[in-house]
Design a protein around this ligand. Structure first.
Ligand code: SF4
Ligand code: SF4
Length: 383
């Protein structure tokens, strides 16, 4: 199901409305993580290193719908963990679509064919299948043989049933430009749009050796885009975000553009960094010290060029400078010549490490809730 411009027009209209209302900060995409449990253990993943008590927790369907309404973003991306493990995922998606939210269900696709019957094709629903590259590269990236073939089979099955399917690829420094270009050709062949993002250097990811720094990211993307001249690769990014990846824009991130809600609460400051949690979306927006995050301000942000931080910046820039956006659309991304100036890192504040403390607090909360539930159950059985 192809829906050219429908989503873009609605999201563009939403952004213009926020601007006209004079709102300084507003969300574009809710990153909804209803669980952290996954059926893979990828080397570059920083999302699943939790004790079982936390991996076994789920947001309820009602909590997911409440989060979408509370936040108000026109689009909801559901990453994880693996969302298809969630027993209520069909209901969750149905409820979000009924609320006219664009839903991007991110999945490694191992369960997709088996669970397609839980969903109905809709202009509001997209599957975003995790595919980091061609067969050998992807299977190595997800640390399991055969995943690429199963993902591609699921993509074809979903498309045959009328669903819109995109793929999302995380790029690390062990992926040559030539291979990425072949992967993009392959995506064209199977008829899927592509989202690309340099991997964020998660402190809890098992593989700490292959994250790209900013200069290498820009060089690599220039090389990739130069190989795409004359081809019609179907990126589902704004042109200005691609221009940023190629080193032609000096952007600061917009962490509030894609706020994250998971079993801990509303994550501060962004989907990639968990530096504390707020109970409500309003509390997240009002109490996060936004000016202390971003490249040049905080050590953990030094190399970040990830799409969830900078796609909102590019989208806002396109609204503010339509001619700039039009130039990239007409002439493509510049792949040679001087790059835009880089952000100075000399004054960034040092990293804080609070992961263990947060996990401990959540485990205490879980034990307290379980004890209270047991007492209540005993009381009701006795009565
Ligand atoms: S499929 Fe996604 S959530 Fe699961 S381990 Fe890999 S990167 Fe992490
Ligand atoms: S640079 Fe921005 S988007 Fe990236 S980790 Fe830091 S706060 Fe998050």
């Amino acid at each position: 199901m192809e829906i050219p411009f429908f989503k873009e027009i609605k999201i563009g209209g939403y952004m213009l409305k926020q601007k006209l209302l004079g709102r300084k900060r507003f969300p574009l995409v809710l990153m909804l993580e209803p669980l952290f449990r996954c059926n893979l253990a990828c080397a570059g993943c920083g999302k699943i290193d939790y004790p079982d008590a936390i991996l076994n927790r789920r947001m309820t369907a009602q909590e997911c719908w409440d989060a979408a309404e509370e936040c108000g973003a026109p689009m909801v991306a559901i990453p994880g963990g693996e969302p298809l493990i969630h027993k209520e995922i069909g209901e969750i998606v149905k409820g979000l679509v009924a609320r006219k939210k664009f839903v991007s269900l991110c999945t490694n696709a191992l369960l997709l064919e088996k669970k397609l019957h839980l969903f109905e094709p809709s202009p509001y629903l997209f599957f975003s299948v995790h595919l980091d590259g061609l067969r050998d590269h992807h299977d190595k990236s997800v640390c399991q043989d055969g995943v690429f073939d199963r993902a591609v089979s699921a993509i074809k099955a979903a498309k045959a049933k009328g669903f819109t399917v995109n793929v999302n690829a995380t790029i690390f420094d062990n992926h040559p430009a030539e291979e990425i270009a072949k992967f993009l050709d392959f995506c064209n062949e199977i008829g899927v749009g592509v989202s690309l993002s340099p991997g964020y250097a998660y402190e809890r990811a098992p593989d700490q050796e292959h994250f790209l720094n900013r200069q290498n990211t820009k060089n690599l993307f220039r090389d990739v885009f130069a190989r795409g001249k004359g081809k019609k690769w179907n990126f589902i990014h704004s042109g200005l975000f691609l221009d940023f990846l190629a080193g032609n824009q000096s952007y600061e991130c917009t962490p509030w553009g894609m706020p994250a809600r998971n079993i801990f609460g509303w994550q501060k400051p962004c989907y990639l960094l968990g530096e504390g949690y707020a109970k409500t979306f309003k509390e997240l927006m009002d109490t996060t010290d936004w000016d202390t995050y971003g490249t040049g301000k905080y050590e953990k942000c030094a190399d970040c060029m990830a799409h969830c931080g900078y796609e909102p910046t590019a989208a806002l820039d396109a609204v503010k400078h339509p001619l700039r956006a039009m130039k990239v659309a007409l002439f493509g991304v510049k792949t040679s010549g001087p790059m835009a100036s880089e952000i100075d890192l000399s004054k960034q504040r040092p990293a804080q490490y609070i992961f263990a403390e947060q996990v401990q607090k959540k485990l205490s909360d879980i034990r307290r809730d379980e004890a209270a539930a047991a007492v209540q159950k005993k009381a009701s059985t006795a009565a």
